[in-house]
Design a protein around this ligand. Sequence first.
Ligand code: NAP
Ligand code: COA
Length: 270
Amino acid sequence: MAFDFMGKTVFVAGGTSGINLGIATGFAEAGAQLFVISRNEDKVATAVEALKATGAQADGASADVRDFDAVTAAFEKCAGSFGDIDVLVSGAAGNFPARANDISSNGFRAVLEIDVLGTHHVMTAGYKHLKKPGGSIINISAPQAVVAMTGQAHVCAAKAGVDMITKTLALEWGPEGIRINSVIPGPIEDTEGMRRLAPTPEAMDAVVKSVPLKRVGRKTDMANICLFLGSEMASYLSGAVIPVDGGWYLNMPGTSLDPVLDMIAAQKNK
Ligand code: NAP
Ligand code: COA
């Protein structure tokens, strides 16, 4: 086992599917006790069972990160089950491909509220329960935070906001021994995000070609960077925004979602 999280508590917001469940699974396999939250009760129950199947202790709660009281109640439940938190991962997010003129006020607000307000809620409601010193917060960002992409104005704005929260709170909470970093996943296989942004084999093929390492990422790639960030090995690392993407973001200027947006428009016009 490369990392030992035996007896440590890890809380993952949005940890019931995709990348975030992959991260939770990595910590569970390293011996941690896991608490996961998301909106859908069935997804929470299924994720908790899957985490327990690794041999870890696991619990969860249904909560929308836009609802501060619900997030606060989830942290209280986690404290009752597992005590103070060693690693807090904030990864709940919303995304859909749409050009700015096709995004209503409510659509833009939904993504901003899940990503930015949600990150603020998870971090500030979780603060009370974080180990001080020693707590590590990992915010899950996206390439859109650093590279503009057509069809993603809402997500670019939201994830850039998440990364600025990472940096600002690294300043505010650093003196208490809390480290805060953002991880920027590249395109990760078998995820809802890629199903939405690269919904055809052709779109996926174009993505793979644009990654310098010529492969999409795996959930274990994301788990491994989070295990490192949550560990003592990263004890002097804070306020960083770390791409884990096979070098993808270096190639992104000049790419766009135009083919996908045109396909969606053609389907609507049928
Ligand atoms: P996903 O499976 O849809 O994961 C999103 C998770 O957040 C789910 O557990 C979802 O569960 C939860 N969630 C959504 N809205 C929520 C809300 N309002 N309150 C609480 N929980 C909420 O998608 P994914 O593709 O794995 O993405 C995971 C993270 O990685 C996101 O932060 C995304 O921006 C980032 N990312 C993904 C990729 C990629 O290649 N997929 C690339 C870059 C960055 P419920 O539906 O039950 O709420
Ligand atoms: N194009 C344009 N607007 C869209 C859209 C799309 N593909 N999908 C949703 N919207 C708009 C809706 O029309 C609505 O606006 P309106 O009230 O003006 O019509 C607004 O977004 C909110 O939609 P709603 O479904 O009520 O919001 P929600 O809070 O239930 O869901 C979303 C939030 C829209 C982000 C939803 O996609 C979601 O739950 N995503 C989580 C999973 C995810 O995105 N995973 C990938 C992470 S990278």
